[in-house]
Design a protein around this ligand. Structure first.
Ligand code: RUQ
Ligand code: CUA
Ligand code: CA
Length: 634
């Protein structure tokens, strides 16, 4: 697979890029319609289809150029894909329970899930990779849980979730973005829904001044909530600038309504801009409150009697805006109009003046409001001055030029729309390679279509989503691949493969299983050697090693009613030799990868002989990797 395109088609003498562009047809579209219009001959059509195919073909044994990280939506996980092949490489359970790895079942994962382990569901939307100097540093990936108001962190070296934080005082964490410059100190996240404070059942009215929602900053290292800011209206999506000073968020419910009609009453809602150093200054000066039992400092960012607070500015934009995207050149916050056919371009360079009170009208920072089509939801960038916006209602991606849109806003007659490409169907997010960093390379764009309708073999009333890969390297967007996915990748990101560095096997000192190591130490156990049963009243801890194709213990004895903890340390140090542990009829399953220690706790509630087995195919004698738990009647 190569990015290099020869300039001329040998037979026709046409520029291949121009030729594909002129047709504006993709292999898929052509194949579906059988359309061979214009100057296209059967041969040139076949060549176009073949070229699109070749672009995404990653031959057996070859590796993809990009990692893609897909949100698993209300399935609760993160998925790892290779781009451009769109092959799914791995799943990272986060807010869900995973039978294969034992996420949500093992002690290590339950330790990370903390109090929220009682929830078996999640709803993730926005995966984002930590950054240094506006570029991915490949350390962490963060993702929100709208369903249970959490934020999770995934360590990208092991591709496991290592911390989860529940945000206090709020309901439904939706938008999530990271500080880009100088490094990801904060994870910013939007609590969507307005609730009464305190929410104790005495007040149900959203008009009440004690009803509000909060903008949240989580410390990326400690994963503790650093501060919260009270806002007017609600909060949808957010992003940060490339200076490290401003973040912005969309609000679709400036009406503080609780019904659909009410939320659409105003012609304009707003974008709220936060001055982050100003918030920090308020907290340092002690000008904050706390809410309920939480100790998190809360700064009031609402207007009082028409006067702005020192930490926020509200910029009116039409209507029920949704996505909020910072352009790669650092110039604009772009709010996507949703119920307005427009996007609003906010000039970030003008924001210091707005905060300093030098502008008469907050709309003075708006420098473009291009009309793009119906239902603009999200915008992405190619690093060449173009923006790409999803049009949910039109089922299209529209490519437009930002500087030309700015000139048009000043009254100049310029056509800033470059192309509209049909996608299938109803796209939500879209994401171009590296578009949220300063390194946007304008190669690939993924449109996450919410409906697939007729694009795949039918699967009953519930259809897959359709994540479409679009080649944006040339002047014209070309749709090259349909990728069915299960509920529901709201968003995805792509990073170059050299930006993600993973471990091949576990480090024995990894903090991921440190609590288990500490427990073993207390029991006087050497995890790498010992195969021992520790009896501690009603609790039994079974320590064993594993080495293909055998467990260190092939039998152990407990009493009915004992609480049994099985701790396994995988002494195989060969890449890819993972073992599993399943105790039959006990709901017990876990992964133990090379050099890893995993543990799981259950009640031995049934007397008799119970087999356990290795669930990960590890050896020719994998079926024989078994053992017996003998439970004596109470
Ligand atoms: S939102 S489809 Cu949950 Cu990112 Cu816009
Ligand atoms: Cu060990 Cu299969
Ligand atoms: Ca509204």
């Amino acid at each position: 697979m190569s990015d290099k395109q020869s300039d001329k088609d040998e037979k026709t003498g046409l520029s291949r890029r121009g030729f594909l562009g002129a047709s504006a047809l993709t292999s898929a579209a052509v194949a579906a319609s059988g359309l061979v219009g214009g100057v296209m001959t059967r041969d040139s059509w076949a060549a176009a289809a073949k070229e699109a195919q070749q672009k995404i073909h990653v031959a057996p044994g070859e590796l993809d150029e990009y990692y893609g990280f897909w949100s698993g939506g209300h399935q609760g996980e993160v998925r790892v894909l290779g781009i451009p092949s769109m092959r799914e490489l791995m799943r990272i359970p986060v807010f869900n329970v995973d039978s294969a790895t034992g996420w949500g079942l093992t002690n290590e994962s339950r330790h990370i899930l903390g109090d929220s382990a009682k929830f078996l569901n999640g709803d993730c939307h926005h995966p984002h990779i930590s950054m240094t100097d506006g570029k991915y540093d490949g350390k962490y990936l963060f993702i929100n849980d709208k369903a249970n108001s959490r934020v999770a962190r995934i360590r990208l070296d092991i591709m496991k979730c290592d911390k989860i934080t529940t945000i206090p005082n709020v309901q439904a964490i939706h938008g999530l973005r990271l500080q880009k410059v100088p490094y990801t100190k904060y994870v910013f996240c939007n609590a969507e829904f307005i609730i009464p404070h305190p929410n104790d059942g005495k007040v149900f009215d959203l008009e009440d001044e004690n009803s509000f929602t909060l903008y949240n900053a989580v410390d990326a290292e400690t994963m503790e909530v650093a501060f919260q800011v009270i806002v007017d209206g609600n909060l949808d999506n957010t992003d940060m600038d490339y200076t490290g000073r401003f973040t912005a968020a969309t609000c679709y419910n400036s009406e503080k309504a609780f019904d659909l009609g009410g939320m659409m009453r105003n012609e304009r809602d707003w974008v709220v801009v936060f001055d982050i150093p100003a918030v920090e200054k308020e907290i340092k000066a002690g000008r904050f409150i706390t809410l309920g039992d939480s100790k998190v400092p809360v700064v009031d960012g609402r207007k009082k009697d028409g006067k702005d607070s020192v930490v926020t500015r509200y910029i009116p934009v039409p209507k029920n805006p949704h996505g909020l995207n910072t352009s790669t050149d650092g110039k604009y916050f772009i709010a996507n109009g949703k119920l307005s056919p427009t996007c609003t371009m906010i000039d970030i360079d003008l924001l210091p003046d707005l905060f300093a009170g030098k502008l008469k009208d907050p709309r003075d920072v708006v420098v473009g409001e291009p009309e793009l089509g119906l239902g603009p939801l999200h915008t992405t960038f190619d690093g060449r001055g173009n923006a790409y916006t999803t049009l949910f209602i039109d089922s299209q991606v529209v490519k437009w030029n930002m500087e030309e849109a700015r000139r048009a806003y000043k009254g100049e007659k310029v056509n800033y729309i470059k192309q509209k490409l049909d996608v299938h169907y109803q796209p939500g997010h879209l994401h171009a390679s590296l578009c949220e960093t300063s390194e946007a390379d304008g190669k690939w764009l993924v449109a996450l279509s919410k409906f697939s309708k007729d694009r795949f073999l039918p699967t009953g009333p519930l259809h897959p989503e359709n994540d479409q890969l679009i080649d944006i390297s040339g002047d014209v967007m070309k749709l090259v691949h349909d990728g069915p996915t299960f509920a529901e990748p709201h968003d995805c990101i792509m990073a170059r493969r050299d930006q993600i560095k993973t471990r091949k096997i576990w480090d024995r000192n990894d903090p991921f299983f440190a609590p288990t190591v500490a427990m073993a130490k207390k029991d006087g156990i050497k995890l790498e050697e010992d195969n021992k049963v520790i009896r501690d009243g009603n609790k039994v801890r079974v320590y064993m090693t594993s080495m293909a194709p055998a467990y260190g213990l092939t039998e152990f004895k407990v009493k009915q009613g004992n609480e049994v903890t099985v701790v396994i340390t995988n002494m195989d140090q060969i890449e890819d030799v993972s073992h599993g542990f399943v105790m039959v009829n006990h709901g017990v399953s876990m992964e133990i990868s090379p050099n890893q220690t995993s543990s799981i706790t259950f009640i031995a509630d049934k007397p008799g002989l119970h087999w356990y087995y290795c669930s990960w195919f590890c050896h020719a004698l994998h079926m024989e990797m078994v053992g017996r738990m003998m439970v004596e009647p109470a």
